[in-house]
Design a protein around this ligand. Structure first.
Ligand code: XIL
Length: 369
């Protein structure tokens, strides 16, 4: 007996120490590594690793990255005959160094265009622009960028084609042209159509038609990006699930590309993420400037848990889930659609601490005994 007891004690200690260290080592990317990539958008400062604490959080928790702004037209192609890949190069190098999946955002989008692009008026110029822009960018990173948002936000909420300089100059053919140009520049990259509100019925139908048309015209399209700028109460899990099923039935992958959940008042019943929509500052619209009440924190955690539960149910159809930002303090939702609010849409708070919502997402993956 005397001999056995210390032996048992040693085993028990080793067991508990092991459990404790295992618990500490739990991260988003490790928890979900068999399911889908867990990504984040990186701001310019994050690409440049300006804050070491933020940087180590990014490397610890995420295994996929998207540039929040740095690869958009106005930044990479500021003048007709001038590209600026300074930040895009750093972004790609960062992903490679950290063995992350690298997603390119975005090639053809009506927002955040360079001023010179807004002046393109006729089909010849637009054709030349698309060819040069897509070919230059995609072939520059050929074999290094895993997937591209080839076209972003080409649809209205009712599922019809959005009026944009692309549609106005080239007609709907611009869509298949964009996918063909991207495929020619990097045949191995996965090519996505990305949008917001495309989990809602009308826009979902529009998206399905668009994918079918691109395929029928010989374009290569590999996936649909559902941006997922969502709210506590909507969209419903039913509509999200219908969308996952409907898109994957077309033979394309589904990615949730810009996930965040606003907790702030939305008196306009605004859905989606039209970056050009803006409202006046108003203190009533910023109720949690100091702190998020526990009740809302709990609601957010429950909402995230139910969403990730659904994602896990369909993990075979989902390639990636990317958050639009690393932590609450730097989320774009502090400035959209009203400037200067304090929002709480992500899994890490303003001082980088994991929130209740983080735990609820991790707990879904913990082995229950
Ligand atoms: C947002 C960025 O987060 C902001 O920093 C920028 O000012 C505007 O664009 N849909 C998209 C993203 O596809 O590129 C947008 O990102 C958010 C909505």
């Amino acid at each position: 007996m005397k001999l056995i007891k210390p032996y048992l004690l040693a085993i028990t200690t080793v067991f508990f120490v092991n459990c404790a260290s295992k618990k500490e080592a739990v991260t988003l990317k490790d928890s979900y590594k068999k399911d889908f990539y867990i990504g984040t958008a990186l701001s310019a400062d994050q690409i440049e690793q300006k804050n070491p604490k933020v940087d180590s959080l990014i490397r610890k928790e995420f295994n996929a990255i998207t540039a929040e702004n740095s690869m958009k037209s106005m930044f990479v192609h500021p003048e007709k005959n001038k590209y600026d890949f300074t930040l895009a190069d750093k972004f790609v190098a960062y992903g490679e160094k950290n063995k992350m999946f690298i997603h390119g955002h975005t090639l053809i989008w009506h927002s955040q265009l360079a001023p010179w692009m807004e002046k393109i008026k006729d089909s010849t110029q637009m054709k030349a622009f698309m060819k040069d822009h897509i070919t230059t960018i995609v072939s520059k990173y050929k074999g290094r960028i895993g997937s591209w948002d080839v076209v972003n936000e080409a649809l209205n909420d009712d599922g019809t084609l959005r009026k944009s300089i692309f549609l106005n100059t080239l007609g709907e053919k611009y869509l298949v042209d964009a996918f063909k140009l991207a495929a020619a520049a990097d045949p191995k990259a996965d090519l996505y159509y990305n949008d917001y509100n495309n989990e809602e019925p009308a826009k979902r139908e529009g998206t399905i038609n668009l994918i079918k048309k691109i395929k029928a015209a010989g374009g290569k399209i590999d996936g649909v990006g559902i941006q997922a700028h969502w709210r506590l109460e909507s969209p419903s899990l039913e509509e999200i699930e219908k969308s996952i099923l409907a898109y994957s039935a077309l033979g394309v992958k589904v990615a949730f590309t810009e996930l965040d959940i606003t907790v702030l008042p939305n008196p306009w019943d605004l859905k989606g993420a039209d970056v050009n929509q803006k409202f006046e500052e108003n203190p009533k619209m910023n109720p949690y400037a100091e702190k998020l009440p526990d009740s809302v924190q709990t609601k957010l955690a429950a909402r995230y848990a139910s969403i990730f539960k659904l994602f896990l149910k369909h993990k075979d159809k989902i390639s990636r889930v990317t958050f639009w930002g690393v932590y609450d303090g730097q989320s774009w939702l502090n400035d959209w659609p009203i400037k200067g609010r304090t929002n709480y849409p992500l899994l890490f708070d303003a001082v980088l601490k994991p929130k209740k919502a983080y735990n609820s997402v991790i707990e879904l993956k913990e082995i229950k005994e």
